[in-house]
Design a protein around this ligand. Structure first.
Ligand code: ATP
Length: 212
């Protein structure tokens, strides 16, 4: 079977159990060989993050530790310009070749915003999409994405057999955790412990991140 690689991009400011659990469940449902977490450099769609790129990368490395099958890919941080996902996928295709199967993992909120992404309609020519439900999801799906789902979605992970072009919506164990909430807890002097790995929390405390 071709190598199957999952890709979870994000600001990871900081990385938390919502990301990690979602990634692990996708890996298991789709029998992935590898799961890459890809911290974004200068997110084009959102405010600048609270921690530096190097700190966000450190935190993802700490979160993953020795977990086999997970790795951190700093390709977007090595670029000195906005990290458009379509370009990241193109460079991964250059690196990995056309025979690997790529699954780009997006939370529901990110999926709903897809039509605003640079060259978004080319993403499915490069990868499959896996859309994760989020407990607090309240965005409406734009019409264009309803049409796309009607044309491209599969309902069972066992049908995920194409190298690109399919969309699979998966329900992960609902974890209403967000980086925004973690940052606001720290800023308010409260503990975010048990929402993220202890090693990441220790790093946040040691480096005085997210304090007002
Ligand atoms: P912020 O609160 O700063 O916006 P976030 O917690 O949403 O951050 P990101 O780094 O922006 O985290 O998320 C990266 C990806 O992970 C996105 O596709 C997002 O939808 C998804 N994601 C984040 N948290 C969860 C969660 N609790 N459950 C499922 N998916 C999630």
């Amino acid at each position: 079977m071709n190598r199957r690689i999952g890709l979870l991009g994000g600001t990871f400011d900081p990385v938390h159990y919502g990301h990690l659990r979602g990634a692990l469940e996708v890996r298991d449902s789709l029998q992935l060989d590898e799961l890459r977490l890809i911290p974004s450099a200068r997110p084009p769609h959102r405010d600048q993050p609270g921690a530096t790129a190097a700190q966000r990368l450190d935190m993802v490395r700490l979160a993953i530790g020795e977990h086999s099958g997970f790795l951190v890919d700093d390709c977007e941080l090595r670029r000195d310009r906005p990290s458009y996902t379509v370009e990241t996928l193109e460079s991964l295709r250059d690196e990995l070749g056309n025979t690997v199967t790529l699954f780009l993992i997006l939370g529901w909120d990110a999926f709903c915003g897809l039509p605003g992404w640079h060259r978004w309609d080319e993403l499915l020519e490069l990868a499959n999409l896996v859309v994760l439900q989020r407990p607090e999801q309240n965005q409406d799906l734009p019409e264009v994405l309803k049409d796309l789902l009607a044309a491209r979605s599969i309902s069972d992970p066992r049908q995920a057999d194409a190298r690109h072009g399919q969309i699979l919506c998966l329900s992960q164990t609902p974890l209403a955790i967000s980086a925004t909430h973690i940052r606001s807890l720290v800023a308010a002097g409260q503990s975010p412990r048990f929402l993220l790995p202890d090693a990441v929390l220790d790093y946040i405390e040691t480096n005085g991140l997210y304090r007002p």
